[in-house]
Design a protein. Structure first.
Length: 245
């Protein structure tokens, strides 16, 4: 694997020290003459294995476009920071109406609840949690099958949770929920790769700010938001790969 080709790459025990704006510029500078960019796969709650994966992105951007992405990120970050200061006092539609027009627009675009078409969100989240548990059980089972040492905690988790299941009807409910929130994200910020990631990262970042999370955690989430904004704005195609030659 040629790590010099991968923007934002760090070893597993390292922390990304770039600012979000620097991350966007690094992505642009690592885009080759064919428009190909490699970045590390974004972390998701359902990522269960320890294998490194990367996104291979077909980018269509110029230096000016990269600078526009930086400006878009900075504008959004500043608005989220202001909203975070007011988070605990926003409890109703009337509270949202008291925000400045700019902040109200950001709230309605990035922070309000997703439209789910009447699907029970709590049920969808329960199904999602069980799906994640099933994936984690499969990961531990694979280690056992391969003779890999596992911890007592992993063995206990495997024994307690290996009976977790979801029905075909529940799968259909979750898929409909997922399709609905992705469609809503596209409606809010425009169709494109990573529209959902932009919205969900903005929501997470604002909440972390409101909770006064440690700066390292806020910077990490801000970096992921910046990457998502760049991909949404300038990526034509993205696929996951296991290696970069």
């Amino acid at each position: 694997m040629n790590t010099s080709k991968i923007a934002l790459y760090t070893n597993p025990d390292e922390v990304l020290t770039l600012t979000p704006s620097e991350s966007i510029i690094s992505m642009f500078e690592h885009t080759d003459e064919n428009g190909t960019l490699y970045i590390p796969e974004w972390p998701y709650d359902g990522n269960c294995d320890n294998t490194e994966h990367f996104y291979q992105c077909a980018m269509n951007w110029s230096e000016n476009a990269a600078e526009n992405v930086v400006s878009e990120y900075r504008f959004l970050y500043a608005a989220l920071e202001e909203i975070a200061k007011k988070w605990d006092s926003i409890n109703s539609d009337s509270d949202i109406e008291k925000l400045s027009p700019n902040l109200r627009d950001v709230w309605n675009t990035f922070l309000r609840d997703f439209e789910t078409g009447g699907i029970d969100v709590e049920l969808a989240m329960d199904i999602s949690d069980r799906m994640e548990t099933i994936d984690m059980v499969k990961s531990v089972a694979e280690k056992i099958k391969n003779g890999t040492d596992i911890s007592k905690e992993e063995f206990s988790f495997y024994n307690n949770c290996r009976g977790t299941n979801i029905t075909e009807k529940e799968k259909a409910i979750y898929n409909a929920y997922r399709d609905a929130i992705h469609a809503d994200a596209n409606h809010r910020i425009g169709n494109g790769i990573a529209a959902y990631d932009v919205v969900i990262r903005a929501k997470r970042l604002c909440r972390l700010m409101s909770l006064k999370a440690p700066e390292i955690i806020i910077n990490n989430e801000a970096n992921l938001l910046a990457q998502a904004i760049a991909i949404h704005a300038c990526c034509k195609e993205m696929k996951t790969v296991d290696d970069v030659e």
